[in-house]
Design a protein around this ligand. Sequence first.
Ligand code: GLC
Ligand code: CA
Length: 564
Amino acid sequence: MKLKNIKREWWKEGIVYQIYPRSFQDSNGDGVGDLRGIINRLDYIESLGVDIVWLNPIYSSPNDDNGYDISDYRNIMAEFGTMQDFEELLAGMHQRGIKVVMDLVVNHSSDEHEWFQQSRSSRDNPYREYYHWWPAEKGTPPRRWSYFDPEANAWKYDEQTDAYYLHYFSAKQPDLNWENPKLRAEIYDMMNFWFMKGIDGFRMDVITFISKHDGYPEFPEEYQGQAMIDMYAKGPRLHEYLHEMHENVMQHYDCMTVAEGPGTHIDNVLELVAEDRKELNMNYHFDHQSIGVGDRFIINDDFQNLVKFKKVMSEWDAVFEDKGWGTVYFGNHDFPRMVTRWGNDSPQYRRFSSKLLSTYLLSMRGTPYYYMGDEIGMSNIKFDKIEDYQDLMTINWYNLTKQEGGDLEEFMASHKLCARDNARTPIQWDDTANAGFTSGKPWLKVNGNYPEINVDSQQSDPDSELNYFRALVRLRKNNLTLIYGQYSLLLADDPDIYAYTRTLDDDVILVLLNFSSNERTLALPELIDANFNNASVLLDNYANSEQTQQLGALRPYQAQIIKL
Ligand code: GLC
Ligand code: CA
């Protein structure tokens, strides 16, 4: 890889830090995080060194799905604050050199949105065609699978007009009808409204689902159930709409866009993100998240299969060899805590393995999306009782499993590892009541490990996960090789070790990651042809606590970044 051939962009060089506002910081004691809470923590965010903040939805919403059900796209959720708070937050970020990316949720709205209220009121209402309706006189509509419906049925019968409406998510999240040019114009207007306020980009929620198949045909048998996701992403006019969106909105700003891309795979992603398509900049996929995780998040033996993980990540890297640009992430508000998912959250290894995972994210090619709380090594809460869950997805799947007489014990055990609420517990700021998140009752329980794992205790500890993360951020930002360098995988079949080089012009960096609790000694000269006499360690997650040792002798969950 040659630097002179690379088109440099801020969104390729930046590190994204994701904030789930509901769980970041409560400022008024109602138990719910809010914008004022984020404003109060701006200096902390700046201290991380991150460049871009992605905020989960903060728009008006009845919160059936924690803000992913929007009732007014141009207003702030009352629980989160006001538009003035938002403007202050945006200015505070910009003053600190941090860009702000908002969530764009336009596959569906809330059923409480004015458009839907109008649409459902009569068949000839001007807003009727803003949503997808199937008149009941045509019989039962062809099957559509729903993520959040108690029966997994995406069609809901609505008496008022004797018709069914489509909802891929909950019945309170009716799908918007992108086939209608008026709807599309409304969305582009709304996006322009936010760009005019000064935001820097959008993360586009399930954007791959916006185009529906004409006439809602029955899908083939192999695409029934959860497998329907792949069909949802194959709507015939997806690319036409995204290109139109680019023309009407994105081309006018210096902005970044990233698709949440269910149904994107290595064979179709470039249609979305290749530069000449003029659609989106980036996409994030689910191929690594689904390793070892089946329907309804029931896990199997492959849950931490490193060989499969390396294969998926390497194939995804290769796609962007000449075109487009990738993303890397472990955690977000829809997945478990990274240290529980891919590391080892036992007291013995939690710190090392969470630093190891941060090392991976910040030394890969592709823009890193880093989830709040991972910088201090927060782990899954692992609820024992279904009553502790707030997430409608877990609750519905539990009820479905129960109705079917399925294995509830297996369900609860798997959800301790995979449920979304594991990542949504409040940030652990200090060791006072409720971890300093709220003076009231938190909307979701705080993880009981907060006395040991919290920001406050890590601030002054040079060896903390937090300070290691900051060091990694500095290293990446000062090192174009870590950003743009060619990635080459070594030891593809090793079940414990993830090793690779990053090469830019003559600069070579070797990354060694021991994803296991085994001690492993690697014969480096056999791995790679280089002069190890001049090698220097740029970062080592054991450096402060242990004697620096021989290169390539790796302790459990040890991570080394080595300059050759
Ligand atoms: C995305 C969001 C998720 C939400 C869903 C429906 O997957 O990340 O949290 O529930 O879309 O909007
Ligand atoms: Ca609050």
